[in-house]
Design a protein around this ligand. Sequence first.
Ligand code: IVH
Length: 717
Amino acid sequence: MSEISVEQLSEEQAAIELERLAKTIAEHDFLYNTQDAPVISDADYDALRRRNQAIEQRFPQLIREDSPSLKVGAAVSEKFSKVTHKVPMLSLDNAFSDEDVGEFVGRIYRFLKLFPGSPLGITAEPKIDGLSLSLRYEQGRLVSAATRGDGSVGENVTNNARTIADIPQVLNGAAPDVLEVRGEVYMSHADFAALNEKQEKDGKPVFANPRNAAAGSLRQLDSKITASRVLRFFAYAWGEVSEMPASTQMGMVEKFQSYGFTINPLMRRFESVPELVAHYHAIEELRATLGYDIDGVVYKIDDLALQQRLGFISRSPRWAIAHKFPAERAFTILKGIDIQVGRTGALTPVARLEPITVGGVVVTNATLHNEDYIRGFDQKGNLLREGRDIRVGDTVIIQRAGDVIPQIVDIVADKRPMESVAYEFPRLCPVCGSHTVREEGEAVRRCTGGLICEAQAVERIRHFVSRNAFDIEGLGEKQVEFFFNAEDESLKIRTPADIFTLEKRQAASPLKKLENIEGFGATSVKKLYAAINERREIALSRFLFGLGIRHVGEVNAKKLARAFGSYAKLAEVALAALVPLEKSDKGNDAWRELTDVEGIGTIVAEAIVDFYQEPHNTEVLSALLAEVTPLDEVHEVVSGSPVAGKTIVFTGSLVRMSRDEAKTMAERYGAKAAGSVSKKTDLVVAGPGAGSKLAKAAELGIEVIDEDAWFTLVGAD
Ligand code: IVH
C-alpha cells in the first residue's frame, strides 16, 4: 500500500484516510463474520486497524461515528444487547469456617422450625471459579444465553455460548417447554496455559488467571474468537422453568445431565454438618488435581419446597451458602503508606507494595483499614499480631481471599530494617488540609472539610455515576475530575444535578465547547450526552444508592426502595421523622415507619434523617429531582394477591412458621410486614399469647385473624 506515514498526514488527508479505513475495515468485518470468507490475512487486517487507531490518536477530533475503534475494544459491554432475567441471578452468602457451616444449618432449622435431629438433606458441590451464565431453552432449543450482569440485567452472549461444546443446542429427551439452565463457564488449567502461550507468541496480552480468560473469551463481540478458545460449562442451577421436572436440587441437576449437560462429578447429598464438612475437606484435598479452579464448596438445601419457604435475604438465598477455601498468602515489602480520603471523609490508609503474585493475581496495594490496625490494635483495643505495628520498609504477609481487597495480616519482625520508625497517622486531611477527627467509639478518622474538601465532593460524584448507582458510561474518574475542576461555568460539575444540565449549558456557551477539548471529540461527547440522558429515569434503589447517604449501601437502598415503593413516599417519611432522643423513646410515626422496614435499624434510619435535615443536601436533591425521575419500585409478587399493598403485623407465637418466615411470606404476597401496630396497619395476624399489639389493634378497630386464617386468606393452604 502506498501510504503516507501517520506523522506526515495533514488534517485533511487524515479525514479522508479515516473514511477509507472505516469502509475497508467494515467490509472485511462483514466478509469475516457473516460470510465466513476473509480475503486478507489476520496480520493485514490488524495493520489496518492499527493505522486507523494511530490516526485517531493524532487527530481525536476526527474520530468518526462509524469508526471501527468504537466497535470493539474497551466499550465492548455496551455492544451486547441486554437481557432482563425473569428470575434474578443471585449471589451466595459466604462461610469461612466449619463453625460457620454449623451456624448456617442451625439458622435453617430455626427458620423452618424443625426439631433438632429431624432429617434435612443438603447437597455439597465445588464452587467453580468462572462466570455464571443463564441459558434459555424453549421447546428444547437454545434460544438465548445471558451473563449475570448486575443480577437483574445481563449481556446477551447467545452466539458465543453456542460455540461451547458443553452447552447443548438441543436438549435430549422431554424437557420442560421453557427451561433456563444456569451454571458456570470456566476454562481448564491446560486450556488456559495453552491460550496464554499463544497470546504471548502473537504479541497479545496474557490473562491473569483462568477466570479472566473465560470471561474475556465469552464476552467477545466476535464469536469466532470465543470458538477458538476452549470453554467449558457445569450446570448447577436454574431460572424460569415452565414445569419443574424434579422436586429436589439433586433431582434437578440429574435431569440436567439427562438433557445433555455436564454436571460436576463431586456433587453429593448429606444429612449432617460433619458429613458436609468432611466432603468440603475431601474436595479441598483434591483441589490441585481437578484441572480447573474452584474457590470453595457450595451447600444447598435439597428439598425445593423448603428452598421456597426459606426464600432470600437481600441478594442471596437463605437456602444456600458458599464455604470458601482459606485465603492465599504471600510475602512482600511495604514501600509506602498513602492516605485516601473517601466520599464520607473517611481517611483510609492504603499500603503500596512491591508487586507480588498471590493466587494468580498481581497485588500492588492492600488495605490497612485504619490507624489502630497499623498500630497493632483491633476495634476493641485488643492486641492484633501480638501488638506488632506495621512500618514502611517492613516485610509483610499479605492475604487475598476471593474478590476481597488484599490485606496485610502480619509483618516479619526479624526482617524489620534498623532505621525504621513507627508510622504517624496524619492529623490533617491530605487533600484539603482540614482537621481530622475521630469520634468516640469509632475506628475511622474523618476529614471535617465537608464539601470544601475536593476529595469528598469529587468522590461523591464518582460514586454517583458508578456502575451500581447511576452507571453513566463516559464519566470515569478522569472525566469527573476534569469537570469538577473546570473553570468555565458551562463545563463545571460540582453536584449531581450539574451532570444533567451539562448539555444545555454547553449548547448555550459560545466558548469552550467540550468537543474541542483534548480527550473528548464529537463522537464521545455525543455518546456522553446520550448516556446521561438515558439515566433521566432511574430505578429508585439506584437513585438512593447514588446519593451516598452514610450506611445506605446497595443492600439498604434496595430495602428502602422495596419498602417505600416511591421516592416521594420515602422523602416524606424521612423529612417527617424525628430521631428519638432517648433509647426508651419510640419516636414519632414517621420514625417508626422508617425503622419498621426490615433490616433498617436505628443507625441507618438516623443517617437518613440526618441527611434530609441538612439543608445543603435537600438543595442538591431538589436540583437533581428537577432533572431526574426515580421510578417507582415494583417487585415481583404472587399475582392476584389479596394482601398486595397491605401492611401486616404478625404478633404472638406463630406455630406454622417462624417470624422471619412470616415476613418473607408477606413480602412474597406483595404486603409489608411491620413491627408495630399503628393507624397504617391493615391486618394483624395473631398467634397465642399476643398481648399489647392485639389490644392496640382492637383500640384502632383493625382486623385481627389467626395464623390458619392467614394461610387461607393468601391461598397458601
Ligand atoms: S448456586 C441462587 N452453585 O458463585 C444461587 N453457584 O457467589 C445460585 N458459583 O454467581 C448459585 N459454583 O457464579 C452455585 N456450584 C455452584 C457454583 C456457583 C460457582 C458461582 C455463581 C454465583 C456465585 C455466587
